[in-house]
Design a protein around this ligand. Sequence first.
Ligand SMILES: [Fe+2]
Length: 154
Amino acid sequence: MIDLPGGRLVVLDSSRLGREDGALDESQTAWLDQQLAGHRSLVVMHHPCIRVGGASFDNIRLDEDSLRRLAAVVERHDVFAVSAGHAHMSCFAAFAGTQGMIAPSSAYEFGLVDGAFSYQLGEPQYLEHSWSSDGSSYLARVITVEPALWRTMP
Ligand SMILES: [Fe+2]
């Protein structure tokens, strides 16, 4: 947990040894509940809380028990967003009264092409979160890393 001007950043370890899906146990969601109390916060972890788009992707999210526990905590507090990675694609959907997000990857992008798990070497990107020092004006913005791709507008 890091307190920043206007908001708190709360990071959770959702990894499971040797598995692709993620989990948050009861002690983690209880800790999260304490961290979120009285603070506008951004919650971040590796595994997504929202659907990714297809059964072969959705099963790399947090498991169902973890999703229920996480949603029950998040909906009680003032949360900018719950953001994750892992799926290597940009996805955004409602979650527990706030925004669920999956950041793009700075490496390759995953996708389903004709139902097959596929990847492409797309533009390296990441998701930037920002807010003003009074906790308003939260913004999530996809940033393309590669400087050579940028052109100055005439
Ligand atoms: Fe991952």
